[in-house]
Write a protein that binds this ligand. Structure first.
Ligand SMILES: NC(=O)c1ccc[n+]([C@@H]2O[C@H](COP(=O)([O-])OP(=O)(O)OC[C@H]3O[C@@H](n4cnc5c(N)ncnc54)[C@H](O)[C@@H]3O)[C@@H](O)[C@H]2O)c1
Length: 367
């Protein structure tokens, strides 16, 4: 693999994530072949790719034209410089897939898994060439959320990590190296630490679920797309952070198992939007509307960052790496959709669902 965008990519597992990963690379110019054992999944790939293009406001025909499907792993991998696996989240299935990938691909081809949680070393165990196996943890959907955690297992070689970081950056993504194979990598550890405390606060009667979400969205969350927690701590002063932690840390939830409230909700079949009730109530159609609103907001935020010249890269880390934020093409954070974003009033411009502009997120979709 070179520093450039891969000419050919194989995606193994063409469901929600596989099709979306194919779309991102194809939009950047890579020829992608998707393998999926299910004819239904394979047949759905072009429509999924086209739908992503429509959302991004880009012409779908050329992108769809660069995405083919195959009904065998070897055929999908022929000539591929990089293989990304996005099959089911099941260790036995992934190990079977990787045994075949290891056998059919020359040793120089990097084999990446999009597992959400399975340690990479368990997937690579017993392979002939474990040095070319690593994790590429994309976020859903990758055409809107640019981060990819590139996870190194104990046996992963430097060359595979470097090549993958470069390939992902060349495709307009935001890769970050994760140097140890820990469950949840970085992003899910942070996200679920927040959810543990959020559920604990509701369970303890401190506030409602709606209030938790409002506090996150309109409080510290307002800056999160532009300012990470550690840079924010530096800006505020570490002495202040320490003073807060001395009071707070003994009191924060430290439950080492799923929160009892979460277990209780799932146990009684309250699974969230899918069943009409979770932490809040959901009317039919409300989840789809809400997701569309959120996707539109995320798209606008990406465009805004692109227009502001790579705001998220100011902290330095990625800028120094090949293909980092500053090195990527203009408008990268609005990646495939241009630079129409304007600063300010994002929520309001997208339909008045900012709580201060005529709606309230707890009553979305008719409230
Ligand atoms: N959905 C998310 O938000 C998300 C985010 C990040 C990572 N992931 C991870 O990405 C992977 C795929 O998730 P998804 O949401 O796309 O699931 P999905 O169910 O939409 O897609 C999985 C696909 O794998 C196919 N498949 C089944 N057996 C296979 C095999 N032996 N070889 C190849 N493909 C096979 C299925 O037919 C299906 O099309 C999982 O490991 C998941 O944990 C998901």
């Amino acid at each position: 693999m070179t520093d450039e965008l891969p000419q050919r990519l194989a995606v193994v597992g063409g469901g929600r994530m596989g099709a979306a990963i194919a779309q991102v690379f194809a939009a950047a110019g890579t020829t992608v072949t998707v393998f999926d054992p299910s004819a239904e999944s394979r047949d759905a790939v072009p429509a999924r790719v086209a739908a992503a293009c429509r959302l991004l406001g880009i012409d779908a025909s050329a992108v769809v034209g660069r995405v083919g499907t195959a009904d065998g792993v070897a055929a999908a991998c022929a000539g591929a410089e990089l293989v990304i696996e996005a099959g089911p989240e099941n260790l036995a299935v992934k190990r079977e897939i990787f045994a075949e990938l290891d056998a059919v691909n020359p040793p120089g081809v990097t084999l990446a898994t999009n597992t959400s949680a399975i340690p990479i070393g368990r997937i690579a165990a017993g392979l002939t060439h474990p040095q070319r196996v690593l994790g590429t943890h994309f976020w859903n959907p990758p055409y809107l959320i640019p981060l990819v955690e590139v996870v190194r297992a104990a046996g992963t070689g430097e060359a595979a990590v470097d090549a993958t970081l470069r390939a992902l950056a060349a495709a307009g993504l935001m890769p970050v190296p994760v140097d140890a194979d820990v469950p949840g990598f970085v992003g899910n550890r942070l996200q679920h630490a927040l959810k543990r405390e959020a559920i604990a606060l509701v369970a303890a009667g401190v506030c409602s679920a709606e209030t938790v979400d409002t506090v996150c969205r309109y409080g510290f969350g307002r800056r999160l797309p532009f300012l990470g927690p550690l840079e924010q701590a530096d800006l505020g002063g570490l002495d202040l952070t320490l003073a807060i932690h001395e009071v707070l840390m003994p009191d924060l939830d430290a439950t080492r198992s799923p929160q009892p409230l979460l277990v209780e909700l799932v146990g009684r079949g309250d699974l969230g939007a899918r069943t009409g009730r979770g932490f809040r109530s959901w009317r039919p159609g409300e989840a789809e509307r809400r997701l569309a609103e959120v996707n539109a907001m995320v798209l606008q935020q990406g465009r805004l960052e692109g227009q502001l010249g790579g705001l998220a890269g100011q902290s330095g880390g990625l800028d120094e790496r090949p293909g980092g934020l500053e090195g990527r093409p203009p408008g990268l954070d609005g990646r495939q959709g241009g630079l129409e974003g304007r600063q300010g009033g994002l929520d309001g411009r997208l339909g008045g669902f900012d709580g201060r502009l005529g709606g309230f997120d707890g009553r979305l979709g008719g409230g």
